[in-house]
Ligand binder design. Structure first.
Ligand code: SAM
Length: 313
């Protein structure tokens, strides 16, 4: 029988590559990857929220969907290394706030929930709360804002990133995504400990990059920005990632993150059109030729009421 071939393999450094498989991830993970050979799994599965993917149907009975998440958990269990991290991004809809927690419960039957991170897509900061030292002279609304068409709900500005591990004791490189101390008078005191940086905590403000043409610049209904998987990889400890995997790679945001960090990477998706875009983004990242779908968020500052954006998952 001929050896199965990946959809694409893009080499980006000596001995390092992004390998993309066009197949069902649950079947593919144990087939294509070394047993317990993956240090970080970082992914955003479909959330069963009727998102219009080209190939996958995102509208199943809840019990069937959760059973499928259980199969994903078991597939990850076969490939995750003993000290590995499994970062799982899931978002809710206003009318279904339990969904991410139901998913986390299902995965938690095997793995320990080590951290709960909040991916904040937009935030309002009042000048008075920011304090005088911030230099702000007006209230800020940052990130993309999609108004909710209901008087029952506030708009959803965040998603969860559940960090699972086998025993809940994976040491993290918190300062790899650290933030400078606000109070400069303390910097000297803290410099020895963290080079003037403190832990970022579990609220990660990462707005979508501003795009001009949706179909050209982000041709997928539910992406996360590459910075999200990038921060997950950094937090796990860049030097301890021999292989990173995204079972639902979509248009390759996590693959782009892996190239940025020089980490070997394997991704899966059932949709060849998404994978073709992923290849294009990885190539652009490798050559430093940033396409609109790969560039980092510009300035990261937008006023409230700015353009809407896709939800992940
Ligand atoms: C939430 S999206 C991931 C988007 C990705 N994080 C990005 O930024 O581009 C989920 C993806 O899972 C894919 N998918 C659905 N079922 C799958 C399966 N059984 N195996 C692999 N991929 C699947 C869909 O085609 C979709 O692209």
């Amino acid at each position: 029988m001929p050896r199965p071939r990946p959809f694409a393999r893009v080499r980006f450094a000596r001995g390092r590559a992004v390998t993309l498989w066009c197949e069902d991830a649950i079947a593919g993970l144990p087939l294509r990857l070394p047993r317990q050979g993956v240090d970080v799994v970082v992914t955003s599965p479909p959330y069963n929220r009727k998102v219009a993917y080209s190939t996958y149907s995102d509208d199943r009975p809840r019990s069937e969907y959760l059973a499928w998440i259980g199969q994903l958990r078991d597939a990850v269990d076969t490939v995750l290394s003993p000290a590995g991290s499994f970062f799982l991004n899931v978002g809710a809809s206003p009318s279904d706030p339990w969904l991410p927690m139901d998913v986390a419960r299902e995965v938690g039957r095997t793995f320990v929930l080590q951290n709960v991170l909040h991916w904040v897509k937009s935030i309002a900061i009042d000048r008075s709360a920011a304090g005088r030292s911030s230099g702000l002279d007006h209230d800020l609304g940052l990130g993309h804002y999609r108004p909710v068409g209901s008087d029952r709900y506030v708009h959803g500005a965040h998603e969860y990133v559940y960090h699972f591990s086998r025993r809940g004791d994976v040491p993290l490189d918190r300062l790899a995504i650290g933030v400078p101390y606000q109070d400069k008078s303390n910097v000297a005191r803290w410099r020895g400990a963290g080079g003037g940086l403190r832990c970022r905590g579990n609220t990660w403000f990462l707005p979508y990059p501003t795009i001009r043409y949706r179909a050209r610049d982000r041709p997928h209904p539910a992406t996360f920005p590459p910075e999200l998987p990038e921060w997950c990889l950094r937090l796990h400890g860049r030097g301890r990632v021999r292989l990173a995997v995204d079972p639902f790679v979509g248009i390759g945001s996590s693959a782009v993150a892996a190239v940025r960090l020089n980490v070997p990477f394997v991704g899966f998706d059932v949709d060849p059109d998404y994978l073709a875009v992923a290849v294009e983004r990885v190539r652009a990242e490798r050559t430093g030729r940033r396409s609109p779908v790969t560039r980092r968020p510009a300035g990261r500052t937008r006023r409230a009421g700015s353009t809407s954006a896709s939800a992940s998952g």
